[in-house]
Design a protein around this ligand. Structure first.
Ligand code: SAM
Length: 213
């Protein structure tokens, strides 16, 4: 199957056709082969306007959500970004098209290995996939110009706030297990300024300081 047509139509209809305006984000999503990040049995649905299962009870987010979260970071190119919740590796690839370096953390070993393999095959050499608990952030790369959290949290994990650069942004879904609100926080003189984006639904962020199941 030829995937370039569905990919172009995804960008035109689901992203440009809504409110995504950042050309860097649109170009990145025109380029990244999303079908490479979904399991064989779901490839034909890879460019649909919905999340797709990637196994182990997890999902690759809807294209619009990936675009809106990336746009909210207001990247210009050259940044160092931390993503929490690698999943398939798709969001990390989109970030890697724009930023200089992307660190991404995943708690499930199988997904860590699979996403690492996919990103390597597609030559995303500026992405480092780490197995671990995203509540801790990742000390090796900090401070980060942007942090993108793709699992639901009850509040901003303290370590993430500490690892964010002055002027940097955190995009994060906050709420309970079944319903969350997506926020972007900007660090201004050490304090986080909040902006609500939209209502959303993510899988929970599991861990000692999150949900434990
Ligand atoms: N960004 C992903 C993509 O592009 O495919 C989709 C992420 S999926 C909605 C959420 C991911 O967060 C799952 O893969 C899940 O295992 C992971 N996750 C949940 N709790 C976590 C934690 N404490 N640390 C790191 N990853 C976590």
């Amino acid at each position: 199957m030829n995937y370039s047509e569905p990919r172009k139509s995804m960008v035109d209809n689901q992203l440009r056709g809504r409110d995504i305006k950042d050309e860097l984000v649109l170009k990145a999503m025109e380029k990244v082969p999303r079908h490479e990040f979904v399991p064989e049995e779901h490839k034909e649905r890879a460019y649909g306007d919905f999340p797709v299962p990637i196994g182990l009870g997890q999902t690759i987010s809807q294209p619009y959500v990936v675009a809106a979260m990336t746009e909210a970071l207001t990247l210009k190119g050259g940044e160092k970004i931390l993503e929490i919740g690698t999943g398939s590796g798709y969001q990390a690839a989109v970030l890697a098209e724009i930023a200089k370096k992307v660190y991404t953390i995943e708690r499930i070993k199988e997904l860590t290995e699979k996403s690492r393999e996919t990103l390597k095959k597609l030559n995303y050499n500026n992405v480092k996939v780490v197995e671990g608990d995203g509540h801790e952030g990742y000390k090796e790369g900090f401070p980060y110009d942007g942090i993108l959290v793709t699992a639901a949290c009850q509040k901003i994990p303290e370590q993430l706030n500490e690892q964010l650069n002055e002027g940097g942004r955190i995009v994060i879904p906050i709420g309970d297990r079944s319903f969350q609100e997506l926020f972007v926080f900007t660090k201004n003189k050490g304090k986080l300024e909040e902006k609500f984006l939209f209502d959303c639904r993510f899988v929970p962020m599991i861990g000692a300081s999150g949900w434990n199941y």
